[in-house]
Design a protein around this ligand. Sequence first.
Ligand code: GLN
Length: 475
Amino acid sequence: MRMTPSYTSLRQVQADLRAGITTCEAIVSQYLTQIEASRGLNIYIEVFAEEALEKARVLDARFRESPDAIGRLFGMVLSLKDVICYEGHSATAGSRILTGFRSPYSATAVERLLAEDVIIIGRVNCDEFAMGSTNETSCYGPTRNAADETRIPGGSSGASAVAVQAGTCLASLGSDTGGSVRQPAAFCGVVGMKPTYGRISRHGLIAYGSSFDQIGTLTNSVEDAALLLEIMAGKDEYDSTVSTQEVPAYSQQLNFGRKAKIAYFSAALEHPSLAPDVKAACDGLIVRLRADGHEVEAVDFEYLDYIIPAYYVLTTAEASSNLSRYDGVRYGHRSAEARTLDELYRKSRTEGFGAEVQRRIVLGTFVLSAGYYDAYYGKAQRVRRLIHDRTMEILKTHDFILLPAAPGGPWKLGEKIDDPVAVYLADIFTVQANMVGIPAICVPVGTHADGMPLGIQFMAGKFCESDLLAFAQTL
Ligand code: GLN
């Protein structure tokens, strides 16, 4: 089912609102209709229909009274990945273990968007605790790609990507620990932006791998990504890892008025896992960029094949520690079967966590265990440092690094469900940005041989979002 969203940027929405051609209420109603029409895709876990309509009416009234007293996100209808807290609403990370949890506070990012009059229309599906690349590990069942319902949308923010792709909201917030915003963006033909680590507060984002996690956006346009980032970013007393660096007015700096110097890795474009149509798309884009006067050159990057093993050691280690708080006592699911405290922990966690999350907790606990710590966790940290240093060295002399978003296109639902390692390996091109902590954006550039959307990714230096967004806009 292919559906065309009527608006592709907030600028169009606001132009119509100001011209009196539409109202927030009409826009929300239209999205609600689209949500109903796309039920089969399993995008939304919960729709805040009444609440969104009510807020729309309040905003319409406020706008009629004093058009200048309206927030910068007037008319922006947003959905939230189920890992982002919104006061008074459920957040379950696609997991049975958080059944019944209602968040007593909103994520800092959400609070800032609300302060600018965003309308939140619902909570969307994702892989359990954002662990996955297909949306199939959710306890709510898989979300389907709107371009072909037999295919995965990618993950873990797959439903956020489909929510935008299927025209059920203008934008969606996702989270990106190893590519969860960018890979689904590539698979669904939307723009996926992951900022620098520490650009947006992680307060209120349910933790997976704390030294990797960042909130990111899925949008139809680069300008909406820029505006949302500009509003969400910046210092926050609730997250000690967030940067205090000044936040530029990204949305006002979308003119890339110069020629860029871009690197690509021969090792990536010649990687055995890379599908010929993705290689052709990258080659084609390189030709186009050169024709536009940008300098594009191959550079050596010798660590490509070490990225995935190091990432999965480090993130499972962090996850095993982060997820120890779900014990049947403090939040969510508590086993009814347990008779002793030990049984309570064991049964609640066994019943509450799905297979993929259990696999990662076991793996992470193992790599952290005494006797193995140095061989696995310590070594992976040293690999992370090498990857970091080499990437930063390349970015000293280049504005951007061009990479495929994924080695191939979206596969069939269920196709790789019994082969977790194959799914892990398909993250090869997205995890580098998280290992290093740099921003990266995925933009749609065409289609695969089978007609599915195809996206390509650019990474930039730390806190170089302005350049990255402006450059992406030229594409
Ligand atoms: N697919 C990766 C993983 O499973 C990335 C997930 C993410 O970015 N949240 O870890």
